[in-house]
Ligand binder design. Structure first.
Ligand code: 3HC
Ligand code: NAI
Length: 680
């Protein structure tokens, strides 16, 4: 197949790229474009050029799979200079997404025509790099430095209509007539001189803008290397002539592209896409149509789960045991939607439409027509079994029955039904209407169609699904356990909760384990008997310290919920340790990291060993999208690869005596460390 072809439309040369799936600017594309531009330059009969793409999108960027390898000529920056230097107008005809190198190509063209549904953006920052083909220098010259900062440092694309407003798109074309309108436009401008070359413009900026932008976005940018580099490059576009600015851009990208952060972010990009693929599941596995959904339990999770489907237009019947709980649950859904309107994420009309699709009920009969029912009742096996037994009778044959259990055995739950092949886990994360991750738990008998349907549905509700096998806590919560155990033990041996949390914050987590515990409430699962003090949490609850909501837990909180280390909590912890006869000592940050994070890697390796996750990168996706693992560290398994598996094993061996009786080294981890291998 020829990737770049050309066609003559009178005196316009139309250059067409056909490089599925997303027209990434790999070597063959660059080479073909360069030859087409040379041909246009050499042929006096050609008055203008249109560059357009076949398939679902305009160029979606550089070919990320070429990163880290020697790049073959022509390189993108040089190619773009040749396009811009051509003495005949070049028009980019944009549909789908013009992203990264794709938008940079469009910026090097003299004009841009786009359909209204097109999106334009420079998302490189999300891959830990910056636009490296002149984007940091050209975009500010077209839209101004302030808008360029938003687009380049934020990384989110803008719609073509907005792009037309800010001068990034010269003309909007009808959705189904782009090619013809772009050619017509090229004819209109064929004789116009001088050619509008972006590099010859000046980038406008208000004084103090860069400092203000840094201050406003400090929290979002914390820990990441690429955003600051983007800002520096845009500043160069304002301060320096084009060519010198390009040099700054080149120097900065050269450094970023080989950084661990960029490798980690690129890893997550591909890991996210790999997670959608289920090994051994034929791609033509028939899907079960899901046109209506049932949810059992309208608590914290049930409400959020329902919102996912309501928001994409799928009717939901939500069932509770009692009217009061049902009313409360529906009230919370309505309130969450109202907040979405306040924050501008939804319109009143969208919310009305979504709420009209919600049917609250107390009767299982109302679940008879649902194609999928998701259970989100209390985390208790007996309750779940009772619910599934009733549901099995009420639901129609062929309906999928899913459980949102956090830890429990999905096969045991399935065993009370007459249709275990239709049962699986769909483990959402809180808040379920917001969090991107969905663990899809494949039971021993779950059928291929049921699994494939759950994966496809996840995509529809814009979740990132990862397949997990049945085991206690699946992937995420199973790995959380050693971390929680070690954190709990460390504060009994002399570390303060704030010491442990600081190590997590420095690592890049949004919160440490004790901050998180205080936020969730220490009384989750508490038996409410103040005389029983078998754990530190029980001791804290016994003294009324239930977490943020009671003004204190592991920390003290003021009215604004600002936390400070708590002398009272520390006394309670010290008394508890003394009663258990645990000697106190100085604990280093290194020990906290080794005990809390290396044990997670070890558990991840066991999950792989047992085949409970399909691949190491799936584990990374779970931790980045479900638990706030910093994306620039690529998830626990990639992080372990980067620091070296031998380092992890040595650290675990060093701590072996302190890790408790439940700990054992993963043979897979040890074997890989000995052979100098990695997980990814
Ligand atoms: N390079 C290589 N492969 C890419 C790619 C790219 N830039 N973009 C997407 N792909 C691959 C995906 O890995 C996937 O492969 P698979 O089918 O084997 O899993 C396939 O193309 C389809 O991608 P999606 O599943 O993501 O398709 P969607 O239709 O959901 O999304 C998209 C399309 C919005 C274009 C999305 O793929 C995307 O965001 N791509 C990345 C865009 C990007 O980051 N561009 C900047 C690249 S860096 C750059 O340009 C540097 C320059 O400044 C020098
Ligand atoms: P919750 O206590 O907020 O809600 C449970 C709801 O189920 C209550 O409203 C209760 O009235 C209802 N319920 C109980 N028994 C019922 C029955 N027999 N029939 C109908 N309704 C019944 O609990 P939450 O947090 O929503 O958890 C639900 C499930 O989701 C649990 O299995 C939990 O492990 C899991 N989960 C919880 C997460 C969280 O962060 N809260 C995260 C992921 C999963």
């Amino acid at each position: 197949m020829t990737i770049i072809t050309t066609e003559r439309a009178g005196d316009v040369l139309v250059v067409i790229s056909n490089n599925p799936p997303v027209n990434a600017l790999g070597h063959a594309v660059r080479d073909g474009l360069a030859k087409a531009i040379d041909a246009a330059a050499a042929d006096p009969a050609i008055k203008a050029v249109v560059i357009r793409c076949e398939g679902r999108t305009f160029f979606a960027g550089a070919d990320i799979t070429e990163f880290g390898k020697p790049m073959k000529d022509p390189q993108l920056p040089e190619l773009l200079e040749r396009i811009e230097a051509l003495d005949k107008p070049v028009v980019a005809a944009i549909h789908g997404t013009a992203l990264g190198g794709g938008l940079e190509t469009a910026l090097a063209c003299h004009y841009r025509v786009a359909v209204p549904s097109a999106k334009l953006g420079l998302p490189e920052v999300k891959l830990g790099i910056l636009p490296g083909a002149g984007g940091t220098q050209r975009l500010p010259r077209v839209v101004g430095a302030e808008a360029a900062l938003e687009m380049i440092v934020g990384g989110a694309p803008i719609g073509a209509k907005k792009a037309a407003e800010v001068g990034l798109v010269d003309r909007l074309a009808a959705e189904d007539n782009l090619a013809a309108e772009a050619i017509a436009f090229a004819r209109e401008v064929a004789d116009k001189r001088p050619l509008p070359r972006t590099s010859e413009r000046k980038a406008a900026a208000e004084p103090g803008m860069f400092e203000a932008f840094r201050a406003k976005n400090a929290k979002k940018m914390k820990g990441f290397e690429a955003p600051e580099a983007c800002i520096e490059a845009i500043q160069a576009a304002v301060d320096l002539p084009f060519r010198e600015g390009l040099e700054v851009e080149r120097r900065l990208i050269a450094k970023l592209i080989v950084s661990d952060q960029s490798k980690a972010q690129r890893h997550i990009f591909f890991a996210e896409r790999a997670a959608a693929k289920v090994d051994g599941l034929p791609t033509d596995t028939p899907l079960i149509p899901v046109k209506s959904v049932g949810v059992i339990g309208a608590g914290t999770m049930g409400g959020g789960i329902a919102m996912n489907f309501l928001s994409i237009g799928v009717p939901v019947t939500i069932l509770e045991a009692e009217q009061a709980a049902l009313d409360r649950g529906v009230g919370v859904i309505a309130k969450n939607y109202a907040n979405n309107v306040k924050s501008g994420r939804m319109t009143e009309a969208q919310v009305e439409k979504a709420m009209a699709l919600l049917k609250p009920t107390l009767s299982y009969d109302d679940l008879a027509q649902a194609d999928l029912v998701i259970e989100a009742v209390f985390e208790n096996m007996d309750v779940k079994k009772e619910v599934f037994a009733r549901l099995d009778k009420a639901a129609k044959p062929g309906a999928i029955l899913a459980t949102n259990t956090s830890y429990l055995d999905v096969d045991e739950i399935a065993s009370v039904t007459a249709r275990p092949e239709y049962v699986l886990g769909m483990h959402f994360f809180s808040p379920a209407n917001v969090m991107k991750l969905l663990e899809v738990v494949r039971g021993a008998k779950t059928s291929d169609s049921v699994l494939a349907t759950a994966m496809a549905l996840a995509k529809q509700i814009r979740k990132i699904a990862v397949v997990a096998g049945v085991c206690h806590g699946f992937i995420g919560n199973r790995m959380l356990k050693p971390r929680q155990d070690q954190a709990g033990q460390l504060i009994l041996e002399g570390a303060k909760p704030s010491d442990v949390d600081r190590v997590f914050l420095d690592f890049g987590f949004p919160m440490g384990p004790f901050q998180l515990a205080d936020l969730a409430g220490l009384d989750i699962g508490w038996h409410r008997d103040p005389t029983r003090r078998e754990t530190v949490r029980e001791a804290l609850c016994a003294e009324g310290r239930l977490g943020q909501k009671s003004g204190g837990g592991f920390y003290d909180y003021d009215e604004k919920r600002q936390r400070t280390p708590s002398p009272v909590a520390e006394r309670i912890i010290a008394e508890f340790a003394a009663a258990k006869g645990i000697p106190q000592r100085q604990i280093s940050d290194e020990e906290i990291r080794e005990r809390c994070l290396y044990t997670m890697v070890n558990e991840g390796a066991k999950i792989l060993e047992e085949g409970k996750a399909q691949r190491a990168s799936d584990i990374d996706v779970v931790w980045v999208y479900g638990y706030g693992w910093p994306v620039y560290r690529g998830g626990p398994m990639l992080w372990a690869d980067q620091i070296g598996l031998k380092t992890v094993v040595d650290g675990l061996k060093r701590q072996a005596d302190r890790l408790g009786p439940d700990f054992s080294l993963s043979p897979l981890l040890v074997a890989k460390a000995e052979k100098g291998e990695t997980f990814n």
